[in-house]
Design a binder for this molecule. Sequence first.
Ligand code: FHN
Length: 588
Amino acid sequence: MKNKVIAGIMAALVMQGVAAEQGMNEMWGESTVKLRAENAERGQLFNDGNYAMFIHWGLYSQLGNQVGDKTYYGIGEWIMNPRMAGIPIPEYKKLAGTFNPQQFDAKFIAKLAKDAGMKYIVITSKHHDGFAMYDSKACDFNIVNSTPWKKDPMKELAAACRAEGLGFGFYYSHNQDWTFPGGGRGPTVDENGNPATFEDYFTKKCLPQVEEITSNYGPIELVWFDTPGKMPKKYVQQLVDVVRKNQPNALVSGRAGHGLGDYQSLGDMEVPHKNVKGMWEAVDTTNDSWAYAWYDEYWKTPKEILRRLIACVGRGGTYMLNIGPRGDGSVPERAARALRESGEWIRTYPQVVYAAEPSPWEHALPWGDATVKGSKLYLSVFEWPTAGKLYLPGLKTKIIAANLLKKDQSNPLEFSESNGWTILELPPVAPEKLVSVIEIDLAGTPRVDATFGIDPNIGTEILAEFASVDGAELSHKRWMEKFGEWKSVHHVHNWTPEGKAIFDVDVLRPGDYVVSLTYSGEGRLVWGVDVEGGEHIQNEQNSSHNYQEFPIGWINFPEPGKYKVSVSSLEGDCKTSSLKSIRFSPVQ
Ligand code: FHN
């Protein structure tokens, strides 16, 4: 009985994952896969820059996720929504009366973005709460008309960006407007109690405001529409036409909807693991909330920022990283510090990031990642090998030279080849505190065999999304950790008795490896791991609702070379056991 109840709960959770996935596709719009060439005139900054600052700042920043003495956990800009504090519209509007961001300093923010190595800034001109953070004639509920501060911060920020040589763009919530009659998820009647339609909101507020933000701030580089939901195409088309008319060189985000944007925005906080075709950006934040949240001190470290940025560039895209200034306009110091420290690294190694091409392996490597510039390959080493050797699997193009960079010095490295692997001889200590860079000069553009190499030195984790699956299901699942804090995974689930996830691997050093699996599930589970034509191991381990790594056992690869390793769910709740990855660690 208990098992049935648990199975029911798990099935419901999986369904919620699927529903969340569908819901988010609807909310974020279907993907816009456009090639870079289609936007050749627009978005040069986007293509070459690869790295941008996103800013969520508005009336909500004043609350910082606290209403009265209660703290609400989740994304701060949603505080008025019933899914957070549920603040009635008249109460929320009163916040404007105390919004006085004396510490706002446009030059400081532009300089911070510059020091961080970012190439443009995109800031919330109006979020879902409907409050315009600029001087709007179309609606009184704006920073100039209804706050004691009375200034237009966007004028200052646009000018400061230009002075720093940065691009500038606006976020605009085109569909959702929670305070204007007729706006998406907003009031359905006007102030006189008469029914209000989306058309009313669109013609009275949305369209005129998009006219304003694209006319009054000089040349802008981007208009970032968000959450199109079910907004009819005719409206999105009109907005895109306005942007084209007023700002022919500006890009329109994919979240405009109906495929009318210029490029694809991935899901919130999602850094892809596989190369993604076309022009795209990942949007992420320095902590867990977009807007300022007083409790949220979980900052990405400088190394984590670089890891995520280089992963985006390595997968072929652009990284836009958010800060949430406080209600007084100041920027949380820890966010600023992490941005500056990672920025200093980018200024030292700009070739790794700017206008760099994606990794030929199309995925990260156990110790780091790779980007390319013509016939130069840049290896960003995040985990410095202590054994004095770096193992590079499957590089097919001839190496002319390999150099370890340290600021402007370049130290030649010895290298050799074995079974299709390149082995680079490294000094025992990493030259850089954060990430060390190896430049490899090749005889042409890099060609690789992208099979996952099992590193002889350190653990190699291979995600389930790289498996081929037979008799089970491989799908993408998204969920919110806190409200609005999105997480996602590609997982193998719904295992049939014959179900298998098959991983292709390349082994350089034969011998025993510890195999561990990261999974979630219910109760004790028995997993099997098989090397094709070789050893079979199986073991029972516990499970957890959250993904957790469990060891299964040692497995042997008798010779160097290619193997197929398959994982199967043998006993326990095989429908809901959800496999995220396999790891091979050398027995040392
Ligand atoms: O609902 C918004 C959210 O508040 C935030 O602005 C993010 C940023 O990508 N976009 C929406 C959710 O995807």
